[in-house]
Design a protein around this ligand. Structure first.
Ligand SMILES: [Zn+2]
Ligand SMILES: [Zn+2]
Length: 157
């Protein structure tokens, strides 16, 4: 993929990180407006190992910013981190592997450059709300495993 967003739009973030906001959650959701209102879905299991969910990970982590304001020619969109339901806590289990363990690295991949452009110019967000599962029509999650060098993909819930 060769699409690159303008530096101005990224507000100091790298494109890889900025791209993580507002994408479909996996096994979790926000109950309120706060980024701390995250809850696991009733029927969810750990994204990585399918064990019982004990916590929810923000993608990107809240340390990168609680919100990303996407300014486009078609509107301004306040985007929150996407959520992954995992076993463990920020320091144990699969959740730790996204933090200190740094084993798993999530990436949002657009099918085409046109899809990426349609996100960054606001066209997709005019039609669908942030975190909508309809976004899987345009892209998907790729979770890199730095331990094995492999990855797996999630393209629907
Ligand atoms: Zn797990
Ligand atoms: Zn986390």
């Amino acid at each position: 993929m060769s699409f690159t967003s303008s530096t101005q739009q990224l507000c100091g973030l790298s494109l890889d990180v900025a791209e993580l906001y507002g994408k479909p959650h996996i096994g979790a959701h926000y109950e309120g407006k706060s980024v701390k209102s995250h809850k696991k879905d009733d029927d969810s299991t750990c994204l990585i190992c399918s064990k019982t969910v004990q916590s929810v990970h923000h993608v990107p982590p809240l340390s990168k910013g609680h919100e990303f304001t996407l300014k486009t020619p078609n509107g301004v969109f306040e985007l929150r981190p996407s959520l992954f339901a995992l076993c463990g806590s920020g320091t144990t289990g699969c959740h730790n592997d996204f933090h200190g363990g740094a084993r798993f690295v999530p990436e949002w991949v657009w099918y085409t450059d046109a899809d990426a452009e349609a996100w960054w110019n606001g066209e997709i967000l005019q039609r669908f709300k942030p975190h909508s599962t309809m976004l899987y029509a345009f892209g998907f999650w790729r979770i890199h495993d730095r331990k094995t060098g492999k990855y797996f993909e999630v393209n629907r819930v």
